[in-house]
Design a protein around this ligand. Structure first.
Ligand SMILES: [Zn+2]
Length: 98
């Protein structure tokens, strides 16, 4: 199925022509998935107080923002030139790519 977004580079905005190859960039960002370490001090804490503190901290939080903090993903289409620019920045982050 044809994807209309695939015909425009999401980075430079250039419209891809003919059979020009598009590159899909996927980004995932998530909170540390490893379980938190439980200490003896943690076991002494009151769980009711802990849950109340957590609920209070989340009170003013936008539910979507709270969800994004746990996991978010994005997809972008890039043209060949932008793919090379990004490739150099990721592969050689200490050198200027341009
Ligand atoms: Zn581009």
């Amino acid at each position: 199925m044809a994807n209309p977004e695939k015909h425009t580079c999401n980075w430079c905005g250039r419209v891809l022509v003919g059979k020009e190859l598009a590159f899909l960039l996927k980004i995932e960002m998530m909170a540390d998935p490893s379980p938190p370490e439980i200490t003896k001090e943690d076991l002494k804490k009151s769980w009711v107080d802990e849950i109340e503190a957590l609920a209070k901290a989340m009170e003013g939080m936008d539910p979507r923002e709270a969800e994004d903090e746990v996991y978010e993903s994005y997809s972008f289409w890039l043209c060949g030139a932008c793919r090379i620019r990004l490739h150099k920045r990721l592969k050689y982050p200490f050198f200027s790519a341009d």
